[in-house]
Design a protein around this ligand. Structure first.
Ligand code: XMP
Length: 315
Protein backbone atom coordinates (compact mmCIF):
# COMPACT_ATOMS: atom_id res chain seq x y z
CA UNK A 1 0.00 0.00 0.00
CA UNK A 2 1.28 3.43 -0.93
CA UNK A 3 2.47 5.33 2.19
CA UNK A 4 1.18 8.88 1.76
CA UNK A 5 2.49 10.15 5.11
CA UNK A 6 6.04 9.08 4.36
CA UNK A 7 5.90 10.41 0.80
CA UNK A 8 4.73 13.84 2.00
CA UNK A 9 7.40 14.03 4.72
CA UNK A 10 10.14 13.16 2.24
CA UNK A 11 8.97 15.64 -0.37
CA UNK A 12 8.54 18.48 2.16
CA UNK A 13 12.11 17.87 3.28
CA UNK A 14 13.35 17.73 -0.30
CA UNK A 15 11.58 20.99 -1.14
CA UNK A 16 13.14 22.65 1.94
CA UNK A 17 16.61 21.45 0.94
CA UNK A 18 16.29 22.33 -2.74
CA UNK A 19 14.34 25.59 -2.85
CA UNK A 20 16.52 28.04 -0.98
CA UNK A 21 14.87 31.21 -2.28
CA UNK A 22 11.46 31.98 -3.82
CA UNK A 23 9.43 29.69 -6.06
CA UNK A 24 6.25 29.88 -8.07
CA UNK A 25 3.90 27.01 -8.72
CA UNK A 26 1.83 26.52 -11.84
CA UNK A 27 -1.53 25.88 -10.21
CA UNK A 28 -4.51 24.86 -12.37
CA UNK A 29 -6.68 23.83 -9.43
CA UNK A 30 -6.56 20.16 -10.42
CA UNK A 31 -5.54 17.43 -8.01
CA UNK A 32 -1.89 17.18 -9.17
CA UNK A 33 -0.96 20.85 -8.97
CA UNK A 34 -2.96 21.40 -5.78
CA UNK A 35 -1.21 18.52 -3.99
CA UNK A 36 2.16 19.83 -5.19
CA UNK A 37 1.23 23.31 -3.95
CA UNK A 38 0.23 22.06 -0.49
CA UNK A 39 3.46 20.05 -0.14
CA UNK A 40 5.75 22.91 -1.20
CA UNK A 41 3.75 25.43 0.83
CA UNK A 42 4.35 23.28 3.89
CA UNK A 43 8.07 23.47 3.14
CA UNK A 44 8.59 27.13 2.23
CA UNK A 45 5.30 28.94 3.10
CA UNK A 46 5.16 32.55 1.90
CA UNK A 47 8.21 32.07 -0.34
CA UNK A 48 5.85 30.19 -2.67
CA UNK A 49 3.49 31.99 -5.05
CA UNK A 50 0.71 29.92 -6.69
CA UNK A 51 0.02 31.25 -10.18
CA UNK A 52 -3.25 30.41 -11.90
CA UNK A 53 -3.15 31.38 -15.56
CA UNK A 54 -6.49 32.33 -17.05
CA UNK A 55 -5.87 31.09 -20.58
CA UNK A 56 -9.44 31.65 -21.74
CA UNK A 57 -9.48 27.88 -22.37
CA UNK A 58 -10.90 26.75 -19.02
CA UNK A 59 -14.28 25.26 -18.22
CA UNK A 60 -17.38 27.14 -17.10
CA UNK A 61 -16.90 28.81 -13.71
CA UNK A 62 -13.46 27.24 -13.31
CA UNK A 63 -11.49 30.42 -12.58
CA UNK A 64 -13.87 31.43 -9.78
CA UNK A 65 -13.84 27.91 -8.27
CA UNK A 66 -10.04 27.71 -8.31
CA UNK A 67 -9.73 31.16 -6.79
CA UNK A 68 -12.11 30.23 -3.96
CA UNK A 69 -10.13 27.04 -3.30
CA UNK A 70 -6.78 28.87 -3.24
CA UNK A 71 -8.31 31.26 -0.69
CA UNK A 72 -9.49 28.35 1.47
CA UNK A 73 -6.07 26.72 1.28
CA UNK A 74 -4.52 29.94 2.54
CA UNK A 75 -1.93 29.96 -0.23
CA UNK A 76 -0.16 33.03 -1.48
CA UNK A 77 -1.67 33.22 -5.00
CA UNK A 78 -2.10 35.31 -8.11
CA UNK A 79 -4.53 35.02 -11.05
CA UNK A 80 -2.98 36.13 -14.33
CA UNK A 81 -5.26 36.99 -17.26
CA UNK A 82 -3.39 35.85 -20.36
CA UNK A 83 -6.30 34.87 -22.61
CA UNK A 84 -5.49 37.31 -25.45
CA UNK A 85 -1.95 35.99 -25.53
CA UNK A 86 -3.12 32.36 -25.79
CA UNK A 87 -5.74 33.00 -28.49
CA UNK A 88 -3.24 35.05 -30.52
CA UNK A 89 -0.62 32.30 -30.29
CA UNK A 90 -3.14 29.64 -31.34
CA UNK A 91 -4.37 31.49 -34.43
CA UNK A 92 -4.22 29.32 -37.57
CA UNK A 93 -2.88 26.23 -35.76
CA UNK A 94 -4.68 22.94 -36.42
CA UNK A 95 -1.98 20.34 -35.73
CA UNK A 96 -2.43 18.84 -32.22
CA UNK A 97 1.29 18.65 -31.43
CA UNK A 98 1.79 22.26 -32.55
CA UNK A 99 -1.11 23.35 -30.34
CA UNK A 100 0.46 21.58 -27.36
CA UNK A 101 3.88 23.12 -28.00
CA UNK A 102 2.46 26.63 -28.45
CA UNK A 103 0.42 26.31 -25.26
CA UNK A 104 3.34 24.85 -23.28
CA UNK A 105 5.57 27.70 -24.42
CA UNK A 106 2.96 30.38 -23.60
CA UNK A 107 2.58 28.98 -20.08
CA UNK A 108 6.33 29.12 -19.53
CA UNK A 109 6.60 32.71 -20.83
CA UNK A 110 3.87 33.76 -18.39
CA UNK A 111 5.60 31.89 -15.54
CA UNK A 112 8.97 33.46 -16.42
CA UNK A 113 7.43 36.93 -16.18
CA UNK A 114 5.75 36.15 -12.87
CA UNK A 115 8.91 34.52 -11.50
CA UNK A 116 10.99 37.57 -12.38
CA UNK A 117 8.52 39.80 -10.58
CA UNK A 118 8.39 37.54 -7.50
CA UNK A 119 12.13 36.91 -7.50
CA UNK A 120 11.73 33.17 -8.01
CA UNK A 121 14.26 30.82 -9.55
CA UNK A 122 12.17 27.64 -9.27
CA UNK A 123 9.01 26.62 -11.09
CA UNK A 124 7.08 23.93 -9.23
CA UNK A 125 4.82 21.77 -11.39
CA UNK A 126 2.38 18.97 -10.59
CA UNK A 127 3.80 16.74 -13.35
CA UNK A 128 3.00 13.03 -12.87
CA UNK A 129 4.45 9.91 -14.52
CA UNK A 130 2.04 9.57 -17.48
CA UNK A 131 2.83 13.17 -18.49
CA UNK A 132 6.48 12.43 -19.18
CA UNK A 133 5.94 8.83 -20.31
CA UNK A 134 3.51 9.98 -23.02
CA UNK A 135 5.68 12.96 -23.94
CA UNK A 136 8.44 10.58 -25.07
CA UNK A 137 12.26 10.80 -25.00
CA UNK A 138 15.23 9.09 -26.65
CA UNK A 139 13.83 5.69 -25.69
CA UNK A 140 10.11 6.26 -26.11
CA UNK A 141 7.82 7.35 -28.89
CA UNK A 142 5.95 10.60 -28.35
CA UNK A 143 2.28 9.77 -27.95
CA UNK A 144 1.47 13.39 -27.20
CA UNK A 145 3.53 16.23 -25.76
CA UNK A 146 2.00 17.00 -22.40
CA UNK A 147 2.11 20.77 -22.05
CA UNK A 148 4.13 20.61 -18.83
CA UNK A 149 6.84 18.32 -20.25
CA UNK A 150 7.12 18.11 -24.06
CA UNK A 151 5.69 21.63 -24.42
CA UNK A 152 8.45 23.30 -22.40
CA UNK A 153 10.75 25.49 -24.53
CA UNK A 154 14.45 24.54 -24.45
CA UNK A 155 15.55 28.05 -23.41
CA UNK A 156 13.42 28.20 -20.25
CA UNK A 157 15.01 30.39 -17.56
CA UNK A 158 13.52 28.53 -14.59
CA UNK A 159 14.58 25.42 -12.69
CA UNK A 160 11.93 22.76 -12.26
CA UNK A 161 10.84 21.13 -9.01
CA UNK A 162 8.33 18.33 -9.56
CA UNK A 163 7.53 16.38 -6.37
CA UNK A 164 4.94 14.06 -7.98
CA UNK A 165 7.01 13.09 -11.02
CA UNK A 166 7.12 9.37 -10.30
CA UNK A 167 3.49 8.95 -9.25
CA UNK A 168 0.36 7.82 -11.04
CA UNK A 169 -2.98 9.56 -10.60
CA UNK A 170 -4.40 6.97 -8.19
CA UNK A 171 -1.39 7.54 -5.89
CA UNK A 172 -1.77 11.31 -6.10
CA UNK A 173 -5.38 10.89 -5.03
CA UNK A 174 -4.26 8.87 -1.98
CA UNK A 175 -1.99 11.78 -0.99
CA UNK A 176 -4.74 14.30 -1.70
CA UNK A 177 -7.11 12.44 0.65
CA UNK A 178 -4.38 12.22 3.30
CA UNK A 179 -3.82 16.00 3.01
CA UNK A 180 -7.56 16.74 2.97
CA UNK A 181 -7.33 18.41 -0.46
CA UNK A 182 -10.91 19.07 -1.53
CA UNK A 183 -10.37 18.29 -5.24
CA UNK A 184 -9.03 14.79 -4.50
CA UNK A 185 -11.76 13.08 -6.55
CA UNK A 186 -12.07 15.66 -9.33
CA UNK A 187 -11.85 14.28 -12.85
CA UNK A 188 -8.52 14.89 -14.63
CA UNK A 189 -8.42 17.90 -16.93
CA UNK A 190 -5.53 18.38 -19.38
CA UNK A 191 -3.22 21.39 -19.12
CA UNK A 192 -3.89 22.53 -22.71
CA UNK A 193 -7.50 22.57 -21.53
CA UNK A 194 -10.35 22.99 -24.00
CA UNK A 195 -7.92 23.79 -26.84
CA UNK A 196 -7.33 20.06 -27.39
CA UNK A 197 -11.08 19.42 -27.30
CA UNK A 198 -11.59 21.66 -30.33
CA UNK A 199 -10.34 19.72 -33.33
CA UNK A 200 -9.09 22.21 -35.87
CA UNK A 201 -8.45 25.89 -35.24
CA UNK A 202 -9.05 27.26 -31.77
CA UNK A 203 -10.86 30.57 -31.45
CA UNK A 204 -13.12 32.16 -28.85
CA UNK A 205 -16.28 31.02 -30.63
CA UNK A 206 -15.25 27.33 -30.83
CA UNK A 207 -14.05 27.36 -27.24
CA UNK A 208 -17.41 28.74 -26.10
CA UNK A 209 -19.20 25.90 -27.94
CA UNK A 210 -17.07 23.15 -26.41
CA UNK A 211 -17.22 24.85 -22.99
CA UNK A 212 -21.03 24.76 -23.03
CA UNK A 213 -21.10 21.19 -24.35
CA UNK A 214 -18.61 20.03 -21.69
CA UNK A 215 -20.76 21.66 -19.04
CA UNK A 216 -23.85 19.75 -20.20
CA UNK A 217 -21.97 16.41 -20.34
CA UNK A 218 -20.52 16.96 -16.85
CA UNK A 219 -23.86 18.06 -15.44
CA UNK A 220 -25.86 15.11 -16.81
CA UNK A 221 -23.27 12.47 -15.95
CA UNK A 222 -22.68 13.78 -12.43
CA UNK A 223 -26.42 13.94 -11.79
CA UNK A 224 -26.90 10.38 -13.07
CA UNK A 225 -23.92 9.05 -11.09
CA UNK A 226 -25.12 10.74 -7.88
CA UNK A 227 -28.52 9.07 -8.35
CA UNK A 228 -26.78 5.70 -8.78
CA UNK A 229 -27.97 5.28 -12.39
CA UNK A 230 -24.37 4.80 -13.53
CA UNK A 231 -20.90 4.70 -11.98
CA UNK A 232 -18.73 7.83 -11.90
CA UNK A 233 -16.47 7.63 -14.96
CA UNK A 234 -12.77 8.45 -14.71
CA UNK A 235 -13.28 11.28 -17.19
CA UNK A 236 -16.26 12.64 -19.13
CA UNK A 237 -16.41 15.55 -21.54
CA UNK A 238 -17.35 16.82 -25.00
CA UNK A 239 -15.22 17.33 -28.09
CA UNK A 240 -16.01 19.71 -30.96
CA UNK A 241 -15.33 18.03 -34.29
CA UNK A 242 -14.28 19.77 -37.48
CA UNK A 243 -17.27 18.20 -39.23
CA UNK A 244 -20.44 19.87 -40.40
CA UNK A 245 -23.54 18.04 -41.42
CA UNK A 246 -27.02 18.72 -42.73
CA UNK A 247 -29.93 18.96 -40.35
CA UNK A 248 -33.37 20.51 -40.12
CA UNK A 249 -34.92 23.04 -37.72
CA UNK A 250 -38.66 23.34 -38.23
CA UNK A 251 -38.88 23.58 -42.03
CA UNK A 252 -35.44 25.05 -42.51
CA UNK A 253 -32.26 23.31 -43.59
CA UNK A 254 -29.29 23.85 -41.26
CA UNK A 255 -25.64 23.03 -41.76
CA UNK A 256 -24.31 22.68 -38.24
CA UNK A 257 -21.41 21.45 -36.13
CA UNK A 258 -20.86 18.06 -34.50
CA UNK A 259 -20.08 17.32 -30.86
CA UNK A 260 -18.72 13.97 -29.64
CA UNK A 261 -19.37 12.70 -26.10
CA UNK A 262 -16.35 11.01 -24.49
CA UNK A 263 -16.54 9.15 -21.19
CA UNK A 264 -14.04 6.55 -19.99
CA UNK A 265 -13.19 4.20 -17.14
CA UNK A 266 -9.55 4.02 -16.10
CA UNK A 267 -7.26 3.49 -13.12
CA UNK A 268 -4.31 5.64 -14.08
CA UNK A 269 -5.09 7.14 -17.51
CA UNK A 270 -2.51 4.93 -19.22
CA UNK A 271 -5.23 2.67 -20.61
CA UNK A 272 -8.98 3.15 -20.59
CA UNK A 273 -12.25 1.65 -21.72
CA UNK A 274 -15.23 3.67 -22.86
CA UNK A 275 -17.99 3.99 -20.24
CA UNK A 276 -21.37 2.40 -20.70
CA UNK A 277 -23.50 5.53 -20.35
CA UNK A 278 -27.17 4.47 -20.18
CA UNK A 279 -29.06 5.40 -23.34
CA UNK A 280 -31.53 7.63 -21.53
CA UNK A 281 -28.63 9.74 -20.24
CA UNK A 282 -27.07 9.90 -23.70
CA UNK A 283 -30.41 11.03 -25.04
CA UNK A 284 -30.70 13.78 -22.41
CA UNK A 285 -27.19 14.98 -23.29
CA UNK A 286 -28.01 14.99 -27.00
CA UNK A 287 -31.33 16.81 -26.51
CA UNK A 288 -29.78 19.44 -24.25
CA UNK A 289 -26.84 20.12 -26.54
CA UNK A 290 -28.99 20.43 -29.66
CA UNK A 291 -31.62 22.55 -27.85
CA UNK A 292 -29.41 24.81 -25.75
CA UNK A 293 -26.91 25.24 -28.58
CA UNK A 294 -29.27 25.00 -31.52
CA UNK A 295 -27.63 27.83 -33.47
CA UNK A 296 -24.31 25.97 -33.56
CA UNK A 297 -24.68 22.22 -33.07
CA UNK A 298 -27.09 19.88 -34.84
CA UNK A 299 -25.45 16.49 -34.30
CA UNK A 300 -24.15 14.60 -31.26
CA UNK A 301 -22.15 11.35 -31.52
CA UNK A 302 -20.81 8.95 -28.90
CA UNK A 303 -17.19 7.77 -28.84
CA UNK A 304 -17.06 4.02 -28.12
CA UNK A 305 -13.29 3.53 -28.43
CA UNK A 306 -10.92 2.20 -25.79
CA UNK A 307 -7.34 3.36 -25.11
CA UNK A 308 -5.49 1.82 -26.90
CA UNK A 309 -6.05 2.18 -29.80
CA UNK A 310 -7.48 5.66 -29.13
CA UNK A 311 -6.28 8.00 -26.39
CA UNK A 312 -8.62 9.60 -23.86
CA UNK A 313 -8.43 13.10 -25.31
CA UNK A 314 -8.83 13.36 -29.08
CA UNK A 315 -5.64 15.39 -29.57
P1 XMP B 1 -4.58 10.68 -23.13
O1 XMP B 1 -5.41 11.63 -23.91
O2 XMP B 1 -3.15 10.68 -23.58
O3 XMP B 1 -4.54 11.29 -21.67
O4 XMP B 1 -5.15 9.32 -23.06
C1 XMP B 1 -4.18 10.63 -20.49
C2 XMP B 1 -4.57 11.55 -19.35
O5 XMP B 1 -3.75 12.71 -19.34
C3 XMP B 1 -4.54 13.89 -19.53
N1 XMP B 1 -3.77 14.77 -20.42
C4 XMP B 1 -2.97 15.77 -19.98
N2 XMP B 1 -2.70 16.22 -18.74
N3 XMP B 1 -1.25 17.85 -19.65
C5 XMP B 1 -1.87 17.29 -18.59
O6 XMP B 1 -1.65 17.74 -17.47
C6 XMP B 1 -1.47 17.47 -20.93
O7 XMP B 1 -0.90 18.02 -21.86
C7 XMP B 1 -2.37 16.35 -21.09
N4 XMP B 1 -2.82 15.70 -22.19
C8 XMP B 1 -3.66 14.72 -21.74
C9 XMP B 1 -5.83 13.41 -20.14
O8 XMP B 1 -6.92 14.32 -19.91
C10 XMP B 1 -6.01 12.07 -19.46
O9 XMP B 1 -6.50 12.21 -18.16
Amino acid sequence: MFDAERFVEEQVQKARDTIRDNAIIACSGGVDSTVAAVIVNEAIGGRLLAVFVDTGLMRKGEKEEVQAMLERLGLNYKIVDASDEFFDALKGIVDPEMKRKVIGERFIRVFEREAREFGARFLVQGTIAPDWIESGDELRDTIKSHHNVGGIPKDMELELFEPLRDLYKDEVRVIARYLGVEVSERQPFPGPALAIRVLGEVNRENIEIVRNACFIVEDEIETAAKKGIMEFPWQYFAVLLPVQSVGVHGDARVYGKTVAVRSVRSIDGMSASYSRIPHEILERISLRITNEMKEQVNRVVYDITNKPPATIEWE
